[in-house]
Design a protein around this ligand. Structure first.
Ligand SMILES: *[C@@H]1O[C@H](CO)[C@@H](O)[C@H](O)[C@H]1NC(C)=O
Ligand SMILES: *[C@@H]1O[C@H](CO)[C@@H](O)[C@H](O)[C@H]1NC(C)=O
Ligand SMILES: *[C@@H]1O[C@H](CO)[C@@H](O)[C@H](O)[C@H]1NC(C)=O
Length: 477
């Protein structure tokens, strides 16, 4: 970006009303400037695959491994995977089947009502070069079957990260045998705590359970932690909340809404950290039930994906797993067999911004449409700054916001821009998003296009970057 051009534009009355300005001071050293800094995980943006669909994603969808490896190319670490979801509580382990999964659906867009899986499911998961969390059944109340499945995972998966015992138990009532009596958070917690101990003891392992896995605030991690004790905690590796903010695309991508949504997990972060455990968003995406066609595949949802992941990391939510549902049938899926979705590009920008960072801090208060974050390297120096203009843009002249960064002790910076024609743009309707001029090919997820860097000049320790409505820019130090 050229300062001269911005300065002259703001002098023109006609254009001036389309350009406004915000200023942020970038601390030159981690831990300074009165900001809250949090440690960054090596792969804070991870993926969750619906339990029954995981083998198909891994064996039948060409784009899967390339999409995941594109992120690994940025960070040096394969993203984590969680296999789970509603169908984990419909699944039973069959030690005698050679199949990954066995189920019947009348329509390929359906999820199965019941299924079995065999040891080869764990063998397939073991082939993934990153770490994997496996979601197992609690709803059916068949703990011996769940222990057999867990033992198979432990035996075969050198890359096993954690095991879940049940998914979203708030929906068990009237559906799952374990909830046949009174069913509420305290009944569920008592059962969950017992299962953590029984399964942990059977495996002879501590720090193995990803606990919680619920959506509503009444089924919070805080509630679960308060119901437990040291015996239970030793088996828990981390606590996990699920989250689907929903709403329209303009409300979803609004930075003030994102900041307030992430704040709703502050108490759970504090409760988990208070007993020495991290909090994850173990299953999340834009809109529940597979997504919404008028929200989830849009570029606005890509911007949400980016800002939401970074805001979570900047609030000490250690890892965020974006859920991928039935192949070709869930609007929020980042890719399918034939086409890619713009949310993948938003995720790519978030991964690029946080890659190899040691700390992250939010520079904005979360009260308006403009977001600014900084990552810091292991040397404590600034690595990158992310600027996000969440003003909703769909047509006409695209307004811009001038982000001025002060306190810079470098002479120039380079930047990559995350953009698309409008907040409504969809890759599968001919309007692919790009990051630094590059996009990702349909069906293969191969990176495509010329890599484009913008030069940002620094003068007197400050630099101004123009960010269009519904756009973001990652500035590299
Ligand atoms: C892969 O797709 C084929 C054809 O649709 C199907 O028969 C097979 O069961 C799928 N494999 C998995 C692991 O889902
Ligand atoms: C801890 O909680 C477990 C599970 O509820 C229970 O069985 C055990 O008695 C408790 N231990 C203590 C020391 O309170
Ligand atoms: C953030 O979470 C990590 C991982 O659970 C924890 O070690 C740390 O104490 C937490 N808080 C801060 C301020 O870093």
């Amino acid at each position: 970006m050229c300062n001269f051009k911005l300065a002259s534009l703001s002098g023109l009355a006609l254009v001036a009303n389309l350009v406004s300005a915000v200023t942020y001071s970038v601390p030159s050293e981690v831990g300074t400037g009165g900001l809250e800094y949090y440690p960054l995980d090596a792969a804070p943006l991870s993926l969750s695959f619906e339990f029954f669909a995981f083998p198909s994603y891994m064996t039948n969808v060409t784009a899967t491994m390339r999409c995941l490896e594109n992120w690994k190319d940025l960070t040096g670490v394969w993203p984590h995977i969680r296999s789970g979801g509603t169908t984990q509580d419909r699944a039973l382990f069959d030690p005698d089947t050679d199949a990954y999964v066995v189920y019947y659906v009348a329509d390929p867009a359906d999820a199965p009502a019941s299924l079995t899986f065999g040891p080869n499911y764990m063998e397939l998961a073991s082939e993934y070069p990153g770490e994997v969390t496996i979601g197992l059944n609690r709803g059916k109340n068949q703990i011996d079957n769940t222990i057999a499945a867990a033992q198979s995972a432990v035996d075969q998966m050198g890359n096993l990260y954690a095991i879940e015992l049940g998914n979203e138990p708030e929906y068990y009532s009237g559906v799952q045998p374990i909830a046949s009596g009174t069913w509420n958070p305290s009944v569920d917690s008592a059962i969950q705590n017992n299962w953590d101990i029984i399964v942990g003891e059977a495996l002879g392992m501590t720090n193995i359970i990803q606990a919680g896995n619920s959506l509503p605030s009444s089924w919070s991690s805080t509630q679960l932690i308060e119901s437990g004790n040291e015996t239970v905690y030793q088996y828990v590796k981390e606590y996990s909340r699920h989250n689907y903010p929903g709403g329209s695309v303009s409300s979803l991508m609004s930075h003030a809404n994102i900041a307030s949504n992430i704040h709703s997990f502050d108490e759970d972060v504090a409760s988990a950290n208070g007993i020495g455990k991290p909090l994850f968003l173990g299953e999340t995406n834009s809109v529940s039930g597979g997504g919404a066609t008028d929200v989830s595949p849009l570029f606005g949802a890509a911007l949400w994906t980016m800002d939401y992941t970074v805001r979570a990391a900047a609030s000490n939510i250690t890892r965020t797993y974006f859920h991928q549902g039935t192949i070709g049938a869930a609007p929020y899926n980042m890719w399918g067999r034939y086409s890619g979705g713009n949310p993948y590009v938003g995720a790519y920008a978030a991964v690029a911004f946080m890659a190899e960072g040691s700390y992250v801090a939010a520079l904005d208060s979360g009260s308006d449409n403009y977001a600014v974050y900084a990552t810091y390297g292991s040397d404590g120096k600034p690595l990158r700054v992310l600027l996000y203009n969440s003003d909703y843009y769909t047509s006409g002249t695209r307004p811009t916001e001038s982000f001025t960064l002060t306190g810079l002790d470098v002479s120039s910076l380079q930047a990559k821009r995350l953009t698309a024609p409008t907040a409504s743009s969809r890759q599968d309707r001919g309007e692919p998003a790009t990051y630094g001029g590059q996009g990702f090919d349909d069906g293969t997820c191969v990176i495509d296009g010329d890599e484009t860097w913008e030069l940002v000049t620094v003068s007197g320790g400050s630099a101004t970057v123009s960010v269009g409505a519904s756009e973001a820019v990652v500035v590299h130090f």
